[in-house]
Design a protein around this ligand. Structure first.
Ligand code: NAD
Length: 420
């Protein structure tokens, strides 16, 4: 049994095998491409506020080093495992390659529920995690960023811990930092903004009028809240459903997204927001809408509910929201549901992280307009390539997107050769 043995890792491998079959990749190259280059597991002893000491498990997986340093987010979640971390790292590899970024994929995190930690405990867990990772990461080795359960503040603690160890400020060790300590303008909004840019492109292609469209967004954290705000106030789409881990709200008249954001800012969750309109969270994904945006956890669209989706555009803001079983169903429904696959849809985050890293290395800062303009240009290029390939080869958007990513990594591995 491999150390990665886990349902999410198996799902990432199954997805990869579909692409490898389509690209006729031979067995030796398949395994080389699929398995992570390095995986690090650490134990974090942490002083808790009540005087006790608890130990937490931490991980970092660096998927491949062929195109440059590895890059990827840090997830703090109660169910995180090595296998899930490896799956997320593999998806990051294909995502970075699709966007032509000079990175391999990575991912890391701690098995912890951050909502159950005080602020001081969260700081100690964050600092201890970075401390344990110092031998394995660096601005030219592996650059961390935020993911579920972590935020700008956690990135600031990571950066400070690494810098104290080096004896000088190393802002380029993490991305997604606050602007005040070397973060880039536009990073916090980048993923959600990118999702909505691509939704607008799809609406345009499908000749859908945004003013007449409705949207449902699952997850109201960094990505989901920015996507919902952008859809409502920039694109003019009526957002009729939102949810988080505690509540799901559905209102066909439209939800006041700014009020929801303010509520979450003050109370931390949607639990007590618009209580008259609460619905079963599982049902929310199946409600009729034009645009469905899963922006929370993986595998929410599966073999059981993919046939029940009633959306025209499925914009995968989360990583791995759709299982391979669901993909088989969605492939048959290709003329009903336009899928924007995750490695394209949520790439805005890593693209602007790349801009932040480049700015950090050069100590040269760009404006938010420069950042957003460059972001949209990369997304536009990737979107056009995916659509062109899917049409030309009569394959799904996911197969097209992943194939472009996998092919680039394979080509680079072949050119560099195998040492010794
Ligand atoms: P976050 O921690 O800021 O927010 C996660 C949200 O999902 C919260 O509102 C949480 O309550 C909600 N949630 C958790 N479990 C849920 C469930 N079962 N049902 C409904 N809602 C649930 O995380 P984020 O940074 O917004 O990331 C969301 C997704 O987007 C993840 O899959 C992440 O990997 C992916 N992603 C994030 C970024 C980024 O830049 N932050 C970039 C690319 C992809």
């Amino acid at each position: 049994m491999s150390i990665y043995d886990d349902d999410v890792f198996r799902m990432a491998c199954d997805q990869f095998q579909v692409i490898a079959d389509y690209l006729s990749i031979n067995k030796n190259d398949r395994e080389r491409l699929m398995y992570p280059k390095r995986a690090i597991a650490v134990t974090l002893p942490v002083h808790m506020d009540d005087g006790s000491t608890r130990t937490f498990q931490g991980y970092r997986v660096q998927h491949h080093l062929t195109l440059g340093p590895t890059k990827g987010g840090t997830r703090f979640a109660p169910s995180l495992s090595m296998g899930e971390t490896a799956a997320l790292a593999m998806w990051m590899s294909w995502k970075c390659a699709l966007s032509n970024l000079p990175y391999g994929g990575a991912k890391g995190g701690v098995t912890v529920d951050p909502a159950k930690l005080s602020r001081t405990e969260l700081e100690r867990v964050s600092r201890r995690y970075m401390q344990e990772m110092i031998p394995f990461v660096g601005p030219h080795t592996d650059i961390m960023g935020p993911d579920m359960g972590t935020n700008e503040q956690v990135m600031a603690w990571f950066m400070d811990t690494y810098s104290v160890h080096q004896g000088y400020s190393v802002s380029e060790i993490v991305t997604g930092k606050p602007v005040a300590i070397g973060g880039t303008e536009g990073r916090r909004e980048a993923t959600g903004r990118g999702v909505v840019y691509l939704v607008e492109r799809a609406m345009n292609m499908l000749k859908m009028d945004p003013e007449k469209c409705t949207a449902i967004v699952q997850g109201f954290g960094n990505v989901g809240s920015v996507a919902a705000l952008s859809l409502a106030y920039k694109s003019g789409v009526k957002v009729i459903g939102i949810s988080d881990a505690h509540a799901a709200i559905y209102d066909p008249k439209g939800i006041d997204i700014q009020a929801a954001e303010q509520h979450v800012f003050k109370k931390g969750t949607l639990r007590a927001f618009a209580q008259d309109n609460h619905v079963d969270p599982k049902e929310l994904l199946m409600m009729p809408c034009d645009i469905l945006v899963p922006a929370a956890v993986d595998r929410v669209i599966n073999g059981k509910n993919a046939g029940e989706l009633k959306c025209r555009i499925l914009a995968e803001a989360a990583n791995g929201p759709t299982t391979p079983q669901a993909d088989l169903i969605l492939e048959k429904r290709w003329d009903e549901i336009f899928v924007i696959p995750d490695i394209l849809c949520n790439a805005g985050g890593v693209i602007v992280s790349y801009f932040e890293w480049v700015q950090g290395l050069q100590s040269y800062l760009w404006t938010e307009m420069e950042v957003t303009d460059k972001l949209f240009r990369i997304l536009e290029h990737s979107f056009a390539q995916v659509i062109k390939r899917a049409k030309a080869h009569k394959i799904s958007h996911r197969t097209a997107a992943m194939a472009i990513g996998v092919e680039r990594v394979l080509k680079a591995k072949k050119m560099r050769g195998l040492f010794p």
